[in-house]
Design a protein around this ligand. Structure first.
Ligand code: FMN
Length: 489
């Protein structure tokens, strides 16, 4: 069953011993980051969610590291293992099930109905009264500086809301998008709006800006974990985040109309910040200690003018800390890796599995496993990945054969270092890159590399004999297994 809101998830975490309440006073200026960073890098039972109940300068508790382990991430999405959701996605997206073949029997055609019915259950439900609007502040009452917004790192340009869900409405389709784009608090009623140019929020804004029009937006903070995750998911624009949250939750997300803008937001959120963005207005945003473990430099971004702040009577402020991996965002990224594999396989069925190392920060590095069927197959798969959604930003792609475990980096390194002739097996091309990449010559544009670490074929110009991998004979393995204890091991 889905969590209704953040506090229900906190209760569940606490019930399983996965959350620690901190009663000692802590400072939202750098101190909460240092504590969270240490705990998020712990292994096993020491890596827990943190609820800071005594935060300097405020009565609002701060939650960090809530999704900061595979166990908590899976729990937040209501599963034991993230691959379970991948399987649900695979089932749902299977075209043979949604669109029976013309020759299908009447019963086979009927079998589609429950699926369509299931789909209809995930659409968001609009409610009139919502917990996120228990307290409403407009005009001069709004003061964002009263929220316990963290200043995370010494070189940060100010305090940043680090777990915001930014809602904007697609001007063409009318679909509400929810994107997690950090929000720098400039003063009591203005913030930055740090959507990268490849993202949906930025696309909506460029549409309004092109027409010389103001765009409305709303920032939700704190919701049930599936909705928080959904705002980070690289969904195609036609799939609304509220619908996808309903799919993950297996029950509809309740949404409510904002007070001063025409946008619906998650009804059970902790806070909602409503406002607008003028065309043409920019202000320096950043620097910010980022996912990469380096500061992203200050740059010019749109400005969000706040018209209204609503919240629960006793709100909890959730935040995440990003910096040198691994931290909480590593597990959010892993959820995306597992959930989106079946969709990638729809575009490229030859991809058997993939892994995105957390050091590569989400989609910057991809290790892919294929069943090689033709000369140049690995290079074809690289091009597919560079042409698919946000995977276009992949800086390094490594392709390995079907017998390699892509999650075992030692095995992958072994294959790369032994199977690759750099001149023959690497592809370097120019294209779009992540805005956070600080090594490329231009912001968001530079070179990327594909490495073909598959076994090479004669049809690929390899005319020598490819050596066999060393493997012991099975009868010797069995014999040694049988006497292993006797040998004193
Ligand atoms: C903690 C966290 C912070 C993020 N901050 C930003 C950000 O500031 N700007 C941005 O463009 N993407 C950011 N992202 C990535 C986006 O949330 C992600 O690309 C998402 O798919 C964007 O939604 P959209 O596809 O609807 O645009 C962040 C992700 C996480 C997990």
């Amino acid at each position: 069953m889905a969590y209704k809101d953040l506090r229900e998830f906190i209760k569940a975490l606490e019930g399983k011993g996965l959350l620690k309440r901190i009663k000692a006073e802590v400072d939202p200026y750098l101190e909460i980051t240092e504590i969270t960073d240490r705990v998020s890098k712990e292994k096993g039972s020491k890596n827990v969610a943190l609820l800071f109940e005594n935060v300097k300068g405020t009565s609002i508790p701060v939650l960090t590291n809530a999704l900061g382990s595979m166990e908590r991430m899976a729990m937040g999405l209501g599963v034991n293992n993230l691959d379970e959701i991948g399987e649900r996605v695979r089932n749902m997206a299977d075209p043979t099930q949604l669109f029976p073949s013309p020759g299908a029997s009447f019963m086979e055609k009927l079998s589609v109905l429950p699926k369509l019915n299931e789909l209809s259950n995930w659409f968001p439900k609009t409610v009139k009264k919502a917990p996120c609007q228990e307290v409403v502040m407009t005009g001069d009452q709004v003061d964002l500086t009263k929220l316990p917004v963290l200043t995370c790192w010494p070189g940060d340009g100010g305090p940043f809301i680090t777990l915001p869900m930014v809602a904007t409405v697609d001007p063409v389709t009318g679909i509400t998008n929810l994107g997690m784009y950090r929000v720098q608090v400039f003063d009591r009623n203005t913030t930055g709006m740090h959507w990268h140019k490849h993202k949906d929020g930025a696309r909506h804004y460029s549409h309004y800006e092109g027409a010389g029009k103001r765009m409305e937006a709303a920032v939700a903070i704190g919701a049930d974990p599936a909705t928080i995750y959904t705002s980070t998911a690289p969904l195609p624009p036609v799939v609304g985040e509220y619908l996808f949250a309903g799919f993950l939750r297996q029950e509809p997300l309740e949404v409510v109309q904002c007070k001063t803008v025409d946008i619906r937001v998650p009804a059970h959120a902790e806070f909602i910040i409503e406002g607008y963005i003028e065309p043409g207005e920019r202000r320096t945003e950043g620097p910010f200690g980022d996912h990469t473990g380096y500061y992203s430099l200050a740059d010019e971004f749109p400005v969000f003018h706040v018209t209204c702040l609503t919240h629960r009577k006793d709100p909890i402020y959730p935040a995440t800390v990003v910096g040198r991996p691994p931290q909480e965002d590593a597990y959010i990224g892993k959820a995306t890796e597992r959930i989106f594999l079946p969709l990638l396989q729809m575009v490229s069925p030859d991809i058997l599995d993939y892994d995105m190392p957390v050091e590569g920060v989400f989609h910057n590095n991809v290790i892919v496993k294929i069943k090689k069927r033709f000369p140049g197959h690995a290079k074809k798969v690289m091009n597919t990945i560079w042409g698919t959604g946000m995977l276009m930003l992949s800086k390094f792609i490594v392709v390995v054969d079907e017998d390699v475990d892509v999650h075992d980096y030692s095995e992958v390194a072994w294959k790369v270092m032994n199977h690759v002739d750099p001149r023959r097996d690497t592809v370097i091309l120019d294209g779009p890159l992540d805005i956070l990449d600080h090594a490329c010559p231009y912001v968001g544009f530079g070179s990327k590399m594909g490495i073909d670490a598959t076994k090479k074929w004669a049809g690929e110009g390899f005319t020598r004999e490819w050596p066999d991998e060393i493997k012991m004979s099975p009868d010797v393995i069995a014999r040694v297994d049988a006497k292993w204890r006797e040998l004193g091991f």
